[in-house]
Write a protein that binds this ligand. Structure first.
Ligand SMILES: [Zn+2]
Length: 133
């Protein structure tokens, strides 16, 4: 059986429900929105594989529109895999804001998959990101 989610708050809703009972979003109106808007909203989906997939696709699309949300996810998601995918997507999108964000990681600490990288590793990562800009 397929599970349906509200496209705004990502809570489970019944297939035949037209308005989300939790956030009040109109299912029909939301499904008319662009794929890009849906992908950006998917970054906050409750099931971790969805934000990972969304971030991956947004990176492939080089979606500049997603930079703000990807930076937010990359710096605040409690899931290290989501953070890592968001950072990877930002690396594909690039641009001045992404570079600024990468520099902020360098000046604070780079926590990607659960543990902090030693300073030399950080430096190498930063250097390699600088090279591809
Ligand atoms: Zn909702």
């Amino acid at each position: 059986m397929a599970i349906f989610f509200c496209l705004k708050c990502w809570r489970e809703i019944a297939e035949n429900q037209t308005v989300c009972q939790i956030c009040g979003a109109d299912k029909a109106k939301l499904s008319e929105q662009s794929l890009l808007a849906k992908l950006i909203r998917s970054l906050r989906h409750r099931k971790p594989e969805t934000p990972i997939r969304a971030a991956y696709v947004l990176g492939k699309l080089k979606a500049v529109e997603a930079v703000t949300d990807l930076i937010e996810i990359a710096s605040s998601s409690p899931d290290p895999y989501i953070r890592a995918t968001a950072i990877e997507a930002l690396g594909n999108i690039r641009g001045a804001r992404v570079q600024q964000f990468v520099k902020s990681l360098w000046y604070t600490s780079l926590t990607v998959i659960g543990k902090k990288m030693p300073p030399t590793k950080q430096q190498n990562t930063f250097a390699s990101i600088e090279l591809i800009q």
